[in-house]
Design a binder for this molecule. Sequence first.
Ligand SMILES: *Cc1c(COP(=O)(O)O)cnc(C)c1O
Length: 487
Amino acid sequence: MAKPASDRPLRPATLLVRGGLMRSNQDETSEALYLTSGFVYDSAKQAEQTFTGEVEHWQYSRFGNPTIAMLEQRLAALEGAEACRVTATGMAAVSAAMLAHLKAGDRVVASRALFGSCHWIVSTLLPRYGIQTEFVDGADLAQWRTAFKRPCQLVLLETPSNPMLEMVDLRAVSDMAHEAGAIVVVDNVFATPLLQRPLKFGADVVVYSLTKHFDGQGRVLGGAVLGSKKWIEEVLQPFTRNTGPAISAFNAWTILKGMETLHLRVPAMCRSAAAIAQMLEERAEVSRVCYPFLASHPQYDLAKQQMAAGGTLVTFDIEGGKEAAFRFLDALRVIDISNNLGDAKSLITHPATTTHSKVAPEERARLGITEGSVRLSVGLEDVADLIEDISTALDAAGGHAAPRPKSVAKMVVEQASAPPSQPEPAGETKPRPKRKAGAAVPEPVARAAKPEEPDLFAKAVEGLFREPQAAEPAAEAAPAGKRRRKG
Ligand SMILES: *Cc1c(COP(=O)(O)O)cnc(C)c1O
């Protein structure tokens, strides 16, 4: 018999480690991986009753699976949402949330600064199905107000946005959208629930790419949609069960285990990102630094209101356009060139030629993306190594090329090509206690969400982002800026 669950509300770190845990009667410590497509019934009658809904029993992994359900409940608990459904990718989550809610004749308003594929769904896919769409500048409340003069069924926005880290006022836009009859869907990938919980500001649905910070170690793809129980069960679920964007139980399990360290990884990445943003502001080779918690960010006050920290991404412009930006990227020796983000490894990309290469140049300019813009996803390496790597590469970008050391990645490959060690002898395995197969399945019933004490989550998050007392201040690790930024 499992011990009863805590009836006190739990803080985010605890939810990330224990939320949604359903132990089978094998008493495993770690969440079990149910790598199975289907499930069996004790009798024809039980199968019949499962399909009529009289009996709760797992049916088929396109509909649900115990490992996937654990991930859904962990995510819902963290977000403070009533319900969650997990999908194979972040884009499956965004497209399911929109297509499940919309029909021909409806109208969508979206912020212009969206992830590339989200932009394609709004600009290209939805109009094919007779849905009207309109983009606004997310930061401009007057544009939202004008757009809401006509009826609207759904709003899609991203804050902070990719790649320029522009903010949208969640409270103001949600209030206006509701008056126009729309639900508000927020792509919260860049913030994570630790930095920002959009439902608290009035949003209705939150979508994630779990590929990013949740897995956080570059292994698997995943997505999530969170909202009210009623909307998830009545609107989203019929769509996902029948169209099939289901995640693999293996990928769900990988993400579930990744989440156990989210509250350690994200604050550490945010601290390094803030130190790097400050250091970049000192450099003459950098003409602009975008980071929500820099006082120079045009929406600094809004960022401070909506977010617990500035995030793990820093976008900046290298003086000298594409050529200088490419020189900078190619001179990096620790940070990898990659279009992914939220990873333990620091990754950098040149949006104009990669993630946003299919966006028309005028539209790119409107989004603030220049030929010199680079987007850095700050990882978990020592911030002093990251700052040294960036400083040396900026010297190279500015034309003061430093001697090029051998790349870290290359050194690792050379070491790895040494002869492999002998395989370990297989350990003896204890015979497993025999139990009735059906009895091992944990209760599929979700534990009811506990009512949350006001501010417990916020207070605990504040603690996570507080500078650790014993740690070396980041400023000491940073070499002093060579030159003051001009102007
Ligand atoms: C990565 C990403 C997505 C898409 O997620 P996938 O898991 O790659 O499908 C959507 N929105 C944002 C902001 C993203 O960064």
